[in-house]
Design a protein around this ligand. Structure first.
Ligand code: KG4
Ligand code: ZN
Length: 342
């Protein structure tokens, strides 16, 4: 059997990603990030991201082909993220993918960004267990999704009602004087702190909230609680125990994420939990999920950190699966849709 050779393009946020896969085998994963250009603003600036994608696109495609040892004309299909994400950023990827598909005479597959965060796991752990429950946590989203067939879509069970988990990490990191993006820095510093030093609030876990928001998340109250705690220390002229604050904050986030994800899986009778998105790289999140899931007989799958953050390989992975399952290709008027439903 000849497995499909697929090139995937990802430009939904600040990474220009071009990945090449053959079936479930990863051949290349080239990523150019504009994260440094956004750092001084403390967050991603859409206009800066679009321009960076435009500059990085052709060199990143060339780099991916070189790494994979293929010529562009060898690919069987082009896959591209067409939403959700930043409108201008998505447009660059979609326009590039259409040009490639048209020029090469190959089919085009528009893929959903969230579904591709799920599909990427098969590059590392083999065929996706379906149905599975996916916890997607990044700077842009925090969602609990039920995945029946990843090539058809992902059904949202819950999501954040305010900040995304990664956003909370980034904001709290900023408050603690750590560089952007703050998630990896909090993860590192938290190892030297105590996770029970401060009992920060667990959003939407009170009985009255659970009635309406059983599988939803809220992190803005937590962020405010951290800010107040730090301010109080500073006002008192006392030093801020950065490692302890980081560890206690991280514990509050991970506790809620894992608790709700496992509750969702159990309630659906699903015995596989997949964690994806940039925050899935968090060491405490992985540890807590594995510990608690084991007690419930739920298997946890987390792709390696490099595949969790936005990349082109995840788009290629989902594209290859669409080809393998005989899905209809997109037409060349595929829109970039910033609010694409999941
Ligand atoms: O998936 P991603 O690369 O881009 C988005 O779609 O947002 O995720 C980036 C987010 C950032 O908020 C970053 O701080 C967070 O993932 N992140 C982490 C860790 N590594 C990245 N958060 C917590 N712990 C980490 N180790
Ligand atoms: Zn993402």
């Amino acid at each position: 059997v000849n497995e499909p050779l697929v090139l995937g393009i990802e430009t939904s946020c600040d990474e220009t990603g071009v990945g090449i896969v053959r079936g479930h085998t990863l051949l290349a994963d080239a990523v150019a990030s504009s994260v440094d250009e956004h750092a001084r603003f403390g967050g991603v600036v859409p206009e800066v991201a679009s321009r960076a994608h435009l500059e990085a696109m052709v060199p990143t495609i060339e780099r991916a082909c070189d790494t994979a040892g293929i010529a562009l004309r060898d690919v069987d299909a082009i896959a591209v993220t067409n939403g959700p994400g930043l409108a201008g950023a998505l447009l660059v990827g979609v326009a590039s993918a259409k040009a490639l598909a048209l020029g090469l005479g190959k089919p085009l597959y528009g893929v959903n960004h969230l579904a591709s965060h799920v599909a990427v796991d098969q590059l590392e752990h083999g065929p996706l267990p379906e149905p599975c429950l996916a916890l997607l946590v990044s700077g842009g989203h925090s969602s609990l999704l039920r995945v029946e067939d990843v090539t058809v879509g992902v059904a949202p069970m819950g999501e954040t009602i305010d900040d995304a988990a990664g956003e909370a990490f980034d904001k709290v990191a900023r408050l603690l004087g750590l560089p952007f993006p703050g998630g990896p820095h909090i993860d590192r510093i938290a190892r030297e702190g105590s996770s029970v030093y401060i009992d920060f609030p667990r959003g939407l876990t009170a009985r009255r909230d659970v009635e309406r928001h059983r599988f939803d998340f809220s992190f803005s109250g937590l962020k405010t609680a951290v800010a107040r705690w730090v301010e109080a220390r500073e006002r008192a002229g006392e030093p801020v125990p950065v490692a302890d604050v980081a560890a206690s904050f991280q514990e509050a986030v991970c506790d809620v994420l894992v608790r709700k994800a496992l509750d969702a899986a159990s309630s659906e009778g699903i015995d596989h939990l997949l964690i994806g998105g940039g925050v899935a790289a968090n060491s405490r999140l992985r540890q807590l999920a594995e510990e608690r899931a084991e007690k419930l007989g739920i298997r946890v799958r987390v792709p390696r950190p490099g595949l969790c953050t936005d990349n082109g390989a995840m788009v290629a992975a989902l594209g290859a699966e669409m080809v393998a399952r005989g899905r209809t290709p997109s037409s060349l008027d595929l829109p970039a849709d910033s609010s694409l439903p999941v």
